[in-house]
Design a protein around this ligand. Structure first.
Ligand SMILES: [Zn+2]
Length: 445
């Protein structure tokens, strides 16, 4: 196994992570898909769909070794029917590039939320006798009930190991049995449906990714409980997805879980996993304000996201999009910025990467968080947003590079120009310009 690519797909308001595993000759040998869905029109993710299909079609027998659906909200799985429809059902005796096999499927939460027609279709693409699986209640790869003994990944594909930090948190018959925590009983359908989300640690080539699905404050608290005892597992996290698309309401909502400060809960998580960078979808859909700057800022308190999660040409300032809420601001108001609640694209020198750019930039002012700068000159009033798919490439030695693959729209030259040019010299919170990024030398535990 030579290298892996982890794609954070541009799916609009939704989630899709595709992991491609290559051999030494550069041939795609194995794939893993974690979520693939969107809210609203399923047209927005069409370019991402095309990308996944074209990658799979480079295989003599297109194969998804493992499909994981973090939970059953449609923005995490409703692109799967289109993906299946792009291929014929495979025949084990006759491998063909225009057919697909999905070897293993696992859903977080209750599969009662999955339509029967989709389920039936999915099973057709699986090996004979196989069916999608679910998990036991509050499932974790970390054996928290037995003194944290040996730890095994719950899935291995090639050189990729996947660990479940927490999954199916709500499905437990009695949350009280969860050691060390007073877990809530049923807390309302929407919240529970997200709380079951799988939170995954994906490790390969001395590097790791944390995929959080739509984890809520409760899920994060459960993960913190695990990680606090398993910190040696989290020394190499390259990228984390922001839980629940960066929703502030569910991140800060602990329901009846008491004794934990909601914001500290997120800060603890960020510090425990200590990612070099963060990714989030940033789509306007309905009244959802994703990702909230108030959530991103808490992640920025983790040392590495704050200072140096930067790659090749994305050094120092690069654009990102977030929702800035007046009531959560800790900056003095009345000084120009941010005067208005809204979704803004601005520059940041943290390792924060979103899948959409092109909303208004906040007006320039003298009050800015140190991690952000305005885009200057400001973009025109009508600034056509464009979506991007991010590709994190991990080579055999664990070195990571980042590529921004324009996915949904073709950006105008003017927009690219605005997005490419750092508006101001970097403020010195990261390493000096041109300095080699520090590499981690310790081997995996
Ligand atoms: Zn979601």
């Amino acid at each position: 196994m030579a290298s892996i690519d982890c794609y954070v797909l541009d799916v609009g308001q939704g989630m899709g992570n595709f992991i491609a595993i290559y051999d030494d000759a550069g041939t795609l040998t194995n794939t893993i898909l974690v979520d693939f869905g969107t809210e609203g029109s399923t047209k927005k993710p069409e370019p991402a769909l095309k990308l996944v299909v074209s990658l799979l079609k480079t295989m003599a027998q297109p194969t998804i070794d493992v499909l994981l659906v973090s939970h059953t909200d449609k923005d995490h799985h409703n692109m799967l029917p289109k993906l299946l429809a792009a291929f014929g059902v495979y025949d084990p005796d006759h491998p063909a590039r225009n057919t697909l096999v999905v070897k293993e499927v696992m859903f977080g939460g209750s599969m009662a939320n999955v339509t029967e027609s989709f389920y039936t279709e999915l099973v057709k693409y699986m090996p004979v006798g196989e069916e999608p699986d679910s998990f036991t209640a509050h499932f974790s790869s970390f054996p928290y009930n037995s003194g944290f003994g040996p730890i095994n990944p719950f899935i291995i594909v090639g050189n990729v190991q996947i660990y479940m930090m927490m999954g199916n948190l709500w499905a437990m018959p009695d949350r009280g049995e969860f050691e060390g925590g007073e877990w809530a009983a049923e807390t309302g359908e929407g919240y529970n449906k997200n709380t079951v989300s799988m939170v995954l640690l994906v490790r390969a080539n001395n590097s790791a990714f944390v995929l959080t699905g739509d984890a809520t404050g409760q899920t994060i608290a459960a993960c913190n409980y695990m990680i606090a005892k398993m910190r040696q597992f989290f020394t190499f996290v390259e990228v984390a997805t922001v839980p629940h698309h960066g929703s502030s309401s569910s991140a800060f909502d602990l329901k009846s879980l008491t004794g934990i400060d909601p914001q500290q809960n997120i800060v603890d998580f960020a510090k425990y996993i200590d990612p070099y960078s963060l990714v989030a979808s940033a789509e306007k859909h309905g009244s959802w304000d994703h990702p909230a700057l108030s959530v991103l800022e808490l992640f920025w308190k983790a040392n590495r996201v704050h200072s140096q999660a930067l790659y090749n040409e994305y050094d120092y300032f690069h654009p990102f999009t977030s929702w800035i809420k007046k009531r959560t601001l800790r900056y003095p108001l009345g000084q120009g910025w941010p005067a208005h609640e809204g979704r803004y694209t601005a520059f940041t020198q943290t390792g924060t990467y979103t899948t959409l750019y092109g909303f208004n930039t906040p007006p320039a002012a003298d009050i800015w968080p140190p991690q952000m700068r305005p885009i200057n000159p400001p973009p025109p009033a009508i600034w056509r947003p464009y979506g991007v798919t991010w590709k994190f490439h991990v080579d055999r030695g664990g070195r990571v590079s980042l590529t921004r693959e324009s996915s949904r729209d073709t950006p105008t030259a003017e927009l690219l120009d605005r997005l490419a040019a750092p508006p101001v010299p970097p403020v010195p919170v990261g390493p000096p310009a041109g300095a080699a990024r520090p590499r981690r030398l310790r081997a995996f535990p």
